[in-house]
Design a protein around this ligand. Sequence first.
Ligand SMILES: Nc1ncnc2c1ncn2[C@@H]1O[C@H](COP(=O)(O)OP(=O)(O)OP(=O)(O)O)[C@@H](O)[C@H]1O
Length: 690
Amino acid sequence: MPEVAHQTAVEQTFLDRAVARRGEILVDLDTEIAAAPADRDGQARAQVLRRRRTELRRARDGLVFGRLDALDGTVRHIGRVGLRQADDDAEPLVLDWRADAARPFYTATPLSPQGQARRRHIRTQGATVTDVSDEPLDGSSDSGLVGEGALLAALGQRRTGRMGTAISTLQREQDDIIRADASGALIVQGGPGTGKTVVALHRVAYLLFTYPQLAEQGVLVLGPSARFLEYIEQVLPALGETAVVSATCDTLLPGVVVERPESREVSEIKGRVVWQSLIEGLVASLVPEPRELRPRWEGEEFPVSAAKVAQMLTAVAGRPYHEARRVFSVQFRQIMVDAVVERREAMLTEVEEGFEDILATFRPGWDDGGPSPAVSGAEVDGQLSDGEIAELRDEIFASATVSGFLTAWWPDLSARDVLGRLLRDRALLSTVLPDDEIARVTDLPGSLAASDIPLLDAVADRLGPVTPDDPEGESVADRARRSREWVYGHVVVDEAQELSEMQWQMVLRRCPARSVTAVGDIDQAEASHRHTTWAGAVGAALGERWRPAELSICYRTPSEVMELTGPVLEKAGSSNRPPKAVRSSGVPPWSLATSPDDVAEVAARSVARLTERWAGGTVGVVAPASLMGVLPAALPGIPVMTAAEAKGLEWDATLVVDPDGISAEPRGWNGLYVALTRCTQELGQIVVTR
Ligand SMILES: Nc1ncnc2c1ncn2[C@@H]1O[C@H](COP(=O)(O)OP(=O)(O)OP(=O)(O)O)[C@@H](O)[C@H]1O
């Protein structure tokens, strides 16, 4: 039997064992979950087991994808999830790809073999091994790539329109970032196709595996658009992760949607960090001024002096508006309870003295030391019993009348009303904006644009919820999605170069511990903010408290296409160089010229040719916004989008229509850089001659 066939058979035997073991573990898990006690601890344990079961059920594909043969003869298989042996103390049958011991699979090289003699990639389809490829780590070959054959095979595959996992072919620089320490903010710069999204998503899986407590808080994945989230949405479940919420900055506020578009100029103004302190100042100023308060209880007034109110307001200063009111309200009601008790007791004392006087008229001398009447308690001793005080307290604390009194003086506020007030307050705006910019932000309709969302979030944050959140029987992800106040264990931001300063504030509010991984390409920035460096982009939010990392190899775009991008990047004003392409597709990029009148027809013909050539794969079209009226109608069933919309996506073949039109758009050279780098195989351009 030829060697490859023999080794394939060897791995098939191993895979059969792993499949059987997976089945056994699933049966054991079912039994354990069914037997879990109904108490709190039992249910918490059952939840962990259910998560494990989901992960195992999903691990049908890629159950085993790699093998490391160490110099000392130890053989380890690596897969999507770990599979323990029946004997818990034995070495695992399959190592989870995220385990430390699996790391050399991604990082060992002939120059630094880390005690390994050989790395093997095992390709499978379901429960069948289809191929094995070996890479000696003894120095006999070194391409600089990890598992070159498997990587190039993966990269050459047709694209499906959904992102796939790359766990079997992650490269060293990617692995370093995936396994980087979770604390603090990590900002990853990488050119197009360097695997930023791959790294971000695999990092989520790694972090959830390494720090299981993260699953209790959840991980937030922020992407640039709903289309992008759809593109990546298959990857995380495939990696086995369920404690993840994905969103865009526009959908982060539960129940709030963007209602209108907005000009770049206005959204740039509204994205600046100056709004943060403006909003903090405004909301703080909405807390009522101290004055004497005269609440009533059972028809009587119980005044609280202005000085006392001022003292209580000082004690709650700095808290969110509604929370401050809640704390104030507790103290205020307690003061009322004390005042009502005091007045009642004074009254009772009066009654008692009157009663004694009356008694004395009947039994002169008993209050001079004679036996007292056989009565006690509130009726006669001038004191309320503990039970009576507790009852009164409950009544005052639950009283709608007292609530109504407090709310009339210190009203509920809606974030939207406060934002509206802010955007109309020229005097306040003039403290941070010049006159011409004030006019731009005050002359807006009341409906919400995307740039209002972070402002609204900042207002909502300073207001706090009117009533605190009360979770009942919801999953972490559901609760996190529903509650604006949810604090995540980690936040991953993709296409982070697009975030405005105010959006960064919104992100950090969701993770005050700043455990953040942001990946992006500052050279692909299309957003209206003016930053061209990461220090500028994140400085307002993070200061210098972030660590940079870099990805330098382009896995998506073939070298033929990457060669075209250097001058475009230069025109975009960048001093960076495009990343180095890892492979060539052998298909030279091409270009056609046409007139504005014929552009739709020429595009349709070109797309038809590309679709035929890349049958079974995908073709996408990128064009300037000005062509969005005609092109989609001429290209039914084909994704047609602007460069901004195409960010993060990829197709086997891309047709870029009217590149000059794209470069003439705002931040257009950055846009063209994005458009040119979307293909995995072939790039065509249609130049419109005017
Ligand atoms: N180690 C890898 N193994 C297999 N495929 C990979 C690997 N790294 C990246 N890829 C593939 O390369 C392509 C580009 O990856 P990805 O989309 O993550 O890049 P990106 O840096 O986010 O790109 P862009 O900035 O252009 O959006 C994807 O098809 C991805 O699956």
